[in-house]
Every structure is written in C-alpha cells, then in structure tokens.
Design a protein around this ligand. Structure first.
Ligand code: NAP
Length: 247
C-alpha cells in the first residue's frame, strides 16, 4: 500500500491532540488517510488542530472533542460520543496528553506530584482501558494503542521527580497492557521520545535546554513532526512488539 494511504479507514483517537507531539500525530495520521478524533482539554486548541488536518481521502471524517484524561467520566463521554459519531470505537489510540509541573524534590508540593501522576499515568491507564474495553465489546479483530513515555522515565531528570515517576509508570502499564490485550488482537506500544521542541519544552529555561542539547549527538532537540512521527505511523502498520525509543 502506498505510504500516503496506508492508514485509510483507520479511526484514530489522539489525546493531547491540540498541541505539540499530539498535533503532529493528528496531522500525519490524517495525511496518511486516517479519520482523526482530536481530543484535548482545550477545546480551542483541539479545533485549531482539526482545522489543520487534510481530509481529501475517501471516507475521511475528523472530529474535535474536549476530554480531561484524568477523569474516568470525561473519557467515558468521549468514547460514547465517538461511537455515536462513527458507529465504531477507535482502532488506533495515541495517548499524547501530558503535563509537567517541575520542582526540585525537596520542595515539591504533594498536589503537584499527584496532578502529574493523574494526567500522565492514570490518564494513560483510563484511556487505554476505555478504548480496549470498547474494542473488545464490539468484537473488533484488531487495535493499536500507543502511549507516550519519555527518556526521563528511564534516566530521571532534575526537577522532574513527578514526571519521571509518571513516565516510568507508563512503560510498566504499557508492557502489561501488551501482554493482557494481545489475545484480543490489540497491540500496545510505548514510545520514549527524547527532548522535542513543543510548548512543553518551551517552559524549560534556556540554560537547561543548552545543557540538554549538548547531550544529544545531533546537538539539537527533536521536532514534533520528525522521526518520532514516522515511528508512530509504523507502529500502527507494522510493529507488534513493545518498542522503547529515543530520538
Ligand atoms: P504539549 O505541547 O504541552 O501537549 C500536550 C497536550 O495535552 C496539550 O494540548 C495539553 O493541554 C493537553 N493536556 C494536558 N492535560 C490534559 C488532560 N488532563 N486531558 C487532556 N489533554 C490534556 O506537550 P508535548 O511536548 O506535545 O507532549 C506530548 C506528550 O509527549 C506528553 O505525554 C509528554 O509528556 C510527552 N513527551 C514530550 C517530550 C518533549 O520533549 N516535548 C519528551 C518526551 C515525552 P494544555 O496545553 O491546555 O495543558
């Protein structure tokens, strides 16, 4: 199948689709023929992403939706509205919603620890569970769920005890989901990006960015639409193994 149409007729849900990596995923998947549900906590940014999607290929219908991935109720509403709209659950789901609330461990507020875990880790669990439940309930023969971890979950990072813990958790969650859901034809993979230029990294002080850049062999941060996206598209077409990746 030609690369440009290899995701034709795939209904894809992207959380965090209103910004950064999630937005680049929506754009690439749409350009490869998928119908995309752009879900984000911000309605405005979800709509903005939707307005940027190509939709020239047969049967492509995109949708923007508001969701708070840390709320089971909100995810239930989202999955129901997708099924009402498309008469099927998404067969591809990319969990790109995420936040940082950086502070050094010695002064980190408990609520900042909890919030990052709730959005990044519990959010990935709730979305993975809701989508796989819907796929199993409708007897779908296959599905692909992708979570977004981070290199920080493997090696840690100053000021990111909460974020590093959440992303390490996302890996464990995904490895387990892959083992449990394979018998339903649902593949689960976790990608571990290095540092990518997005609104999330825009918050990082310049001197920290320079330090990080010096650790990257190419001497620069990755781009949201770079190699990472090529890997994500491949995961939906080819791979069936858990993949750990760092750009
Ligand atoms: P981003 O540009 O900030 O995008 C994240 C999106 O998720 C934003 O639109 C954000 O909305 C949304 N969001 C936040 N909380 C949410 C919630 N509770 N429910 C639904 N949506 C929510 O960040 P990004 O850099 O693209 O990050 C995407 C994913 O990649 C995250 O999981 C991040 O941890 C991971 N990652 C990023 C990097 C990097 O270097 N950029 C590296 C490794 C992993 P608001 O803007 O309104 O909060």
């Amino acid at each position: 199948m030609a690369a440009a149409t290899r995701l034709i007729s795939r209904l894809t849900l992207v959380t965090g689709g209103g910004s950064g990596i999630g937005r680049a995923v929506c754009q690439r998947f749409a350009s490869e023929g998928a119908s995309v549900v752009v879900a984000d906590i911000s309605e405005e940014s979800a709509n903005e992403t939707m307005g940027s999607l190509s939709g020239d290929l047969r049967g492509q219908v995109h949708m923007a939706a508001v969701v708070d991935v840390s709320s089971k109720e909100s995810i239930k509403k989202l999955v129901t509205s997708i099924q009402t709209h498309y008469f099927q659950p998404p067969s591809v789901c990319v969990n790109a919603a995420g936040i940082t609330q950086d502070e050094f461990l010695l002064s980190m507020e408990e609520e900042h620890f909890d919030r990052v875990i709730q959005v990044n880790l519990k959010g990935s669990f709730l979305v993975t569970q809701a989508v796989s439940q819907a796929l199993v309930a409708c007897g779908a023969s296959k599905g692909s769920i992708i979570t977004v971890g981070s290199i920080v979950g493997k090696v840690g990072n100053l000021g990111q005890a909460n974020y590093a813990a959440s992303k390490a958790g996302v890996q464990g969650l995904t490895r387990t989901a892959a083992k449990e859901l394979s018998r339903f034809g649902i593949r689960c993979n976790c990608v571990l990006p290095g540092f990518i230029t997005t609104p999330m990294t825009d918050k990082v002080p310049e001197k920290v960015i320079s330090k990080l850049q010096s650790l990257v062999p190419l001497g620069r941060l990755g781009e949201p639409a770079g190699q990472l996206i090529r890997l994500l598209v491949k995961l939906n077409c080819l791979f069936s193994l858990h993949v750990c990746y760092s750009e």
